[in-house]
Write a protein that binds this ligand. Sequence first.
Ligand code: SF4
Ligand code: SF4
Length: 61
Amino acid sequence: MVVIEVNKETCIGCGECVDICPAYVYKLVNNKSEPVNMDACIECCSCVEVCPTNSINHESC
Ligand code: SF4
Ligand code: SF4
């Protein structure tokens, strides 16, 4: 299983990671992204690339 962390200090809740992830890993909770479905990650790295604030720390991307 991969480890994904979202920096809640810098996440602006734009939802870009939620929209782009093909595996539905993210969900917005209180206007912050939460990797609620990490097990489904296919390690495509799209979320890391799309985040405008570099808030996603992904073990394999
Ligand atoms: S690496 Fe790809 S599959 Fe994994 S959380 Fe990011 S966008 Fe989703
Ligand atoms: S793309 Fe980045 S800033 Fe936007 S919701 Fe996801 S983690 Fe937060």
